[in-house]
Design a protein around this ligand. Structure first.
Ligand code: HEC
Ligand code: HEC
Ligand code: HEC
Ligand code: HEC
Ligand code: HEC
Length: 482
């Protein structure tokens, strides 16, 4: 896992200039050679291969990518709904029409099939969103954020520097290795978003990672999102191509994060399940509360939420949409609820007093907005940094009738967007945003062994053990009450 090497930027630039020279993407300014990010209309979409073509030899990798949010980046109905709102605003306010599409429909932009922004002129290959041939003809990145990629479509596919022992030619195409592919700044091209006009930071997954101890330890985005290990690197032995050699590790292409909403609606249950698995590895809870209290006494309950597994803030990405919150239930010995917070009403609305971990942007009038193009300032950001914790303090007065001991139950929940926002975009009853439990208290101890198989196996055993123990406890309590 190579860490981001800021120092190598100079060398990378030289390589980029050479590459740009070859493709004719060259500017001569006072003797200096400047490589520029690929522009609208630089290519024809026919210069890019459809992903199906790659699947003849890279069948496994195709199967992983197919159904991922990268493969749905253009099609995604949630994105499309927000895009159409952006397009309306862009027409009035002279914002760049294709701003969103440069990340969500990259081939459509560089081949000038957008605008029209309804997508009616998009070719099949553009509709594939962030796809194989787009990603593997990136010859350089001009920096972080707003998609500053330099492309060179053609017969050479760029990738990690495979240990080819001099064998540089695959059966179907040339191969060039470039360390950019092993570095987080490759992903940083699109996973930081800045406002197209006022430059406000709208999303900063790369920066959050870069400032974390994961960056220091050399644990890249690829280590968690392109290997079977969710909270670090785990090897995946196999073949990169069906007609290639066995290798000790092949990078996976599921690109799973936290999206169990759109993946489920689009019928991509493999990716949905993986997203649920990711969310369950990201956080942990610990609780401090007294076991007993006298009637009329104040009871203080403290819940510590730790971002234990995500290599960036929790949540990250488009966090004006995402919601993370704690539901807390305190019961007495007979199961009567003494205190309850963080619940949802029948319309899926959160109790207004609930602390929601997210970012809130303000428009020019200082009012909160979910439309990032209206954002002029950041109103609040209370998200949880990597490896850090936040403390939630709750208290209540012990009622007269309550029976000791006090029992605390806590759940940490995530959803991709508020139900209200989805209802306002698509109409009530169109979609139900799933509410996903990331962590719970009390719960059997989690282990930190990376890898799906190991975790599922061990988790199942621990889960069974926990069930047995808690059933046994219940039996025991029942017999004592009699
Ligand atoms: C006819 C078979 C075939 C087809 C079709 C094919 N490839 Fe390959 N590709 C290979 C072989 C063989 C290798 C070398 C695998 C190895 O050495 O482990 C390879 C390697 C690669 C690599 C690895 C480079 C590296 O160093 O990480 C990338 C990237 C790649 N191919 C991308 C693509 C893309 C994108 C497409 C579709 C546009 C595609 N390939 C189509 C056979 C093919
Ligand atoms: C978001 C960009 C992206 C997309 C989309 C993508 N790849 Fe990759 N791919 C990468 C990166 C980055 C690596 C190298 C990861 C590393 O070395 O850390 C890689 C690695 C590879 C490798 C080498 C694997 C290995 O470990 O030996 C092959 C082959 C490959 N990709 C083929 C494909 C094919 C085929 C598709 C489409 C089905 C595809 N890629 C889609 C970014 C992408
Ligand atoms: C060309 C721009 C681009 C590049 C480069 C790129 N991504 Fe993405 N990525 C996107 C877009 C756009 C989405 C969101 C699609 C959507 O939700 O509609 C996305 C989604 C994701 C998701 C899914 C998030 C979720 O909520 O489930 C993960 C994980 C991810 N990317 C990881 C990576 C990693 C790791 C890399 C680097 C190897 C990378 N991406 C490179 C544009 C990009
Ligand atoms: C230590 C492992 C780790 C590293 C390193 C890491 N991630 Fe993640 N990532 C996770 C986990 C676990 C989740 C699921 C929990 C969450 O949403 O944060 C996640 C979620 C995401 C999401 C979905 C967020 C959402 O709520 O929609 C995106 C996008 C993403 N990661 C991109 C990246 C990018 C880009 C990098 C590198 C700059 C990166 N990740 C580095 C573990 C990691
Ligand atoms: C610099 C690249 C970039 C630009 C520009 C960009 N996005 Fe995205 N978008 C992403 C990435 C990366 C994600 C995934 C992050 C995550 O999962 O939280 C994403 C996710 C989304 C999502 C969430 C989709 C889902 O399924 O949950 C919506 C909605 C969205 N973008 C809308 C837009 C709109 C509208 C614009 C233009 C105003 C835009 N984006 C511009 C990169 C970009």
């Amino acid at each position: 896992m190579t860490k981001d090497k800021g120092k190598n930027r100079g060398i990378n630039k030289e390589i980029a200039c050479l590459a740009a020279f070859a493709s004719g993407l060259l500017l001569l300014a006072g003797g200096f050679v400047i490589a520029e990010q690929s522009k609208t209309g630089a290519f024809a979409s026919a210069e890019f291969s459809k992903s199906r073509l790659c699947s003849t030899c890279h069948g496994n990798i195709f199967g992983q990518w197919d159904g991922s949010m990268h493969s749905k980046a253009n099609e995604d109905f949630f994105y499309q709904a927000m895009l159409q709102e952006y397009v309306k605003a862009a027409e009035n306010e002279s914002l760049p029409q294709t701003f969103c599409s440069r990340c969500h429909t990259p081939i459509g932009v560089v081949s000038e099939e957008l605008p029209p922004m309804d997508g009616s002129r998009l070719s099949e290959v553009s509709k594939e969103g962030v796809q194989c041939d787009f990603c593997h003809v990136v010859v350089e990145s001009e920096g972080i954020g707003n998609a500053p990629y330099i492309l060179e479509p053609g017969n050479t596919k760029w990738g990690r520097a495979l240990e080819t022992s001099g064998k540089k030619r695959a059966s179907a195409h040339e191969i060039k290795g470039y360390e950019l592919y092993e570095e987080a700044r490759y992903c940083g091209m699109c996973h930081n978003i800045y406002h197209p006009e006022n430059n406000l930071t709208l999303a900063a997954t790369y920066t959050e990672w870069n400032e974390s101890s994961y960056a220091e330890a050399g644990v890249s985005c690829q280590a968690c999102h392109m290997t079977p290990g969710i909270i670090g690197f785990a090897a995946n032995p196999g073949k990169a191509a069906s007609n290639g050699p066995e290798r000790e590790h092949i990078y996976t292409h599921f690109f799973v994060g936290a999206n169990a909403f759109v993946t489920a609606v689009l019928g991509e249950s493999r990716h949905e399940k993986r997203a649920l698995e990711f969310l369950k590895q990201a956080a942990s809870l610990s609780v401090r509360a007294p076991e007993t209290a006298k009637a009329g006494e104040r009871v203080d309950v403290e819940v510590e939420i730790t971002n234990s597994g995500a290599g960036h803030m929790l949540p990250t990405g488009v966090t004006e949409e995402r919601e993370l919150w704690l539901e807390l239930r305190v019961k007495d010995a007979e199961g009567r609820v003494l205190y309850h917070s963080g619940s949802l009403d029948e319309k899926g609305r959160l109790e207004p007093e609930t602390t929601v971990y997210r970012t809130v942007f303000a428009d020019s009038e200082g009012k909160p907005t979910k439309k990032i193009w209206e954002a002029e300032s950041l109103l609040s950001d209370n998200r949880i940094s990597p490896k850090a914790s936040v403390l939630e303090k709750h208290s209540f007065i012990m009622p007269e009738s309550a029976l000791n001991p006090i029992r605390v139950e806590a759940s940490l929940y995530y959803r991709s967007a508020s139900q209200e926002h989805i209802d306002s975009l698509f109409g009530k009853g169109s979609y139900t945003v799933p509410v996903i439990e990331m962590a719970a208290y009390p719960e059997a101890e989690k282990t930190s062994i990376p890898g799906f198989g190991a975790l599922e196996g061990l988790g199942a055993v621990l889960g069974l053990l926990y069930l047995r123990l808690s059933n046994w406890k219940k039996e025991d309590e029942k017999s004592r009450k009699k």
